[in-house]
Design a protein around this ligand. Structure first.
Ligand SMILES: C[S@@+](CC[C@H](N)C(=O)[O-])C[C@H]1O[C@@H](n2cnc3c(N)ncnc32)[C@H](O)[C@@H]1O
Length: 309
């Protein structure tokens, strides 16, 4: 097993992961924007879809949504805490009988026959955690798909600005007093992040050329028993489109969820989020703006792609 998979498994199997992942949209605005984009895409593309494979389904944000719309979903994830949380939320939503929970790694989808599912989804970067097997993983996701595929992976062009902005997450805090440990850390670490920052062109060039975030340092941390952030492969838009096309996917459309929101300061974003009418109008506009291929890759750290088999 590759280090990437071992590191990802340990990271996502930390006991609080399910709970924390399920609360992301209560704490961070970039998560609201990104999930809203995906939700709009899913709901607009459900015609003829009965069976769904959700690869790296996490705490069930989209498998539960699709089950509520009558789909039968296979919710597949490497993390037991994620599966437990998703199962709890599915029960609370009354759709547990429409979801099959499976623990497994995307690197091995041999249990599934070709064209097993009408729709295959994998959102918020599970594929990016499978480096160096990301191409094979995409090929397997396409292989088990009958009609439509939608995935979002880490975007190289969206990740690079993070290397020059240690305050990126502060821009998206929804409520400073919510008590979430990550929010509290972002606020208390604000000045340290500025003081400790210096721009490293070599590091940026390295990610631009190789696409890889993390490596030797994460392996060392893992070997010493810690649970570092997974090694992450970031894709260029053309590269993702090319891999999908090589695997027979047609009518490919890319998007960069979060590109518009990224241009707006935290104070204004929060004002919009706290007014339901503005929030809904804003998320509708973000969805339209972020679909433009010219902003593709600029959004958050997610690059979205959909296509037909
Ligand atoms: C950021 S979460 C996204 C969850 C969900 N798709 C969503 O959009 O809300 C990433 C998920 O990928 C899962 N994951 C990471 N590496 C994986 C792998 N190699 N195989 C299967 N799942 C994996 C994690 O356990 C986690 O639940």
């Amino acid at each position: 097993m590759d280090y990437s998979q071992k590191i990802s498994a340990r990271h996502w199997n930390q006991p609080d992961k399910g709970e924390r992942e399920a609360a992301r949209e209560q704490t961070f605005i970039d998560d609201i924007v990104q999930k809203s984009h995906i939700e709009k895409e899913l709901l607009a593309n459900l015609a003829g879809i009965k069976t769904v494979f959700d690869g790296g389904g996490g705490s069930g944000r989209f498998s539960i949504l699709l089950a509520k719309h009558g789909c039968n979903v296979t919710h597949f994830d490497i993390s037991q805490p994620m599966l437990d949380k998703a199962s709890e939320l599915a029960k609370a939503a009354g759709v547990e009988n429409r979801i099959t929970f499976v623990k497994g790694a995307l690197e091995d989808l041999s249990a599934y026959k070709d064209h097993s599912f009408d729709l295959v989804i994998s959102f918020d970067a599970p594929v990016s955690y499978t480096w160096p097997n990301q191409k094979n993983v995409i090929a397997s996701l396409v292989r088990i798909c009958k009609k439509r595929i939608m995935i979002s992976v880490s975007s190289r062009l969206g990740t690079l600005p993070y290397l020059a902005n240690p305050l990126n997450k502060n821009q998206f805090i929804l409520d400073e007093d919510c008590g979430d440990p990550w929010v509290t850390w972002c606020i208390s670490n604000y000045q340290n992040a500025i003081d400790g920052f210096s721009f490293h062109k070599t590091a940026c060039m390295d990610v631009l050329e190789n696409g890889l975030m993390g490596g030797a340092a994460e392996i060392k941390e893992f070997e010493s028993g810690k649970a570092p952030w997974p090694i992450t492969y970031t894709f260029l838009p053309d590269e993702l489109e090319c891999i999908l096309r090589e695997n027979g996917v047609k009518n490919i459309q890319l998007a960069g969820p979060g590109a518009y929101a990224r241009t707006i300061p935290n104070e204004i974003l929060r004002k919009i989020m706290h007014d339901p009418a503005q929030k809904s109008a804003f998320l509708e506009f973000c969805h339209i703006y972020d679909q433009n291929p010219y902003v593709c890759g600029m959004g958050k750290d997610n690059l979205f792609a959909k296509g037909e088999i």
